[in-house]
Design a protein around this ligand. Structure first.
Ligand code: ATP
Ligand code: ZN
Length: 284
């Protein structure tokens, strides 16, 4: 049995459970007790506050955990990132009141900065030769400048709308974060390692599927070479003749991040009837 620590309730909870579910691992009880066994896979979920997950994994109470990299960095336990999960993306940034003219990092010398991430901030300031006063608070960091607790903040930013609505502007990005699966591989028994490997195999298939799209298009035969040259493809695209002579259908997989550029090129080369479909799992 492999025990996975998951955030009990918060921004990462649903997405963590969704990812595991797509990997065929479902936890029966919806009311989330502390521990829940999966129905058809030797895994149990341990539901915790995200702040407690790194320590639980470090101590061996859980074998792996799904948590934001920001929390892992802040807590400082020696853990391995077993898998990057591609959700919960955000950054840790310094922000100051929007009316301040800001030029460079030395502005922060001697200033008071409020944060819930004192360790990450301290490291960043030392690395950049800035001496500031770190004021640790546990929540609502974004209101600290408004109420006079601090002159700047260091906090998680994703869209930036929280900063804007508190009259702040982001001036320095210190780190990026996303949800990760962390563990301590060296400590796992052979049995747990095997379960983790199976789980990772499934997670890769799900994640690869999420990062790609399946594309079908019709193309004039004389353009097939040019069109297939534009498609990165898995190995090579499938080319199927159509009933209408001189035309064929091309099937392939396109990476999500280059998707639109490739589609534009395909259209210019004469591709028609382009169909795009999500891929549920991809095993290569
Ligand atoms: P808990 O009650 O478990 O301690 P929390 O309030 O500390 O939860 P959440 O707000 O649920 O934490 O955020 C969990 C994680 O989601 C963060 O640590 C971060 O990695 C990620 N995240 C992504 N985008 C954002 C964002 N815009 N604001 C806050 N966290 C974000
Ligand atoms: Zn927390």
């Amino acid at each position: 049995m492999l025990r996975i620590a998951i955030q009990k309730s918060g921004r990462l909870s649903e997405k963590s459970l969704e990812l595991l579910s797509e990997a065929g691992i479902n936890f029966a009880n919806s009311e989330r007790k502390l521990v829940a066994k999966a129905g058809n896979f030797p895994v149990e979920a341990l539901y915790l506050r995200d702040d407690d997950i790194p320590q639980c994994v470090a101590d061996g109470v859980a074998d792996v955990g799904i948590v934001g990299e920001n929390v892992v960095m802040e807590k400082g336990y020696k853990l391995e990132v077993v898998e990057r999960l591609g959700f919960g993306k955000c950054r840790l940034s310094l922000a100051i009141p929007k009316n301040i003219d800001y030029e460079k990092l030395s502005w922060f010398n001697g200033r008071k900065i409020a944060t819930s991430y004192p360790n990450i901030l301290r490291k960043f300031l030392v690395q950049n030769g800035v001496k500031a006063d770190i004021h640790e608070i546990s929540g609502s960091v974004e209101i600290s400048t408004g109420i006079g607790i601090a002159e700047a903040i260091f906090d998680i930013v994703s869209s930036g709308s929280t900063l804007i609505s508190n009259g702040l502007k982001e001036v320095v990005e210190a780190a990026k974060s996303e949800a990760v699966m962390v563990g301590k591989n060296s400590r796992l028994t052979a049995e747990k390692k095997e379960i983790l490997d199976t789980l990772l195999f499934r997670l890769h298939a799900v994640q690869k599927g999420r990062k790609n799209k399946y594309v079908l298009l019709n193309a004039p035969l004389e353009k097939v070479d040019k069109i297939t040259a534009v498609i990165p493809g898995m190995k090579s695209p499938t080319v199927v003749p159509l009933a209408q002579s001189g035309w064929c259908s091309i099937h392939s997989v396109l990476p999500d991040n280059e998707f639109w550029e490739i589609i534009e090129k395909l259209k210019k080369l004469g591709a028609q009837g382009i169909l795009v479909m999500p891929i549920e799992k991809m095993i290569v």
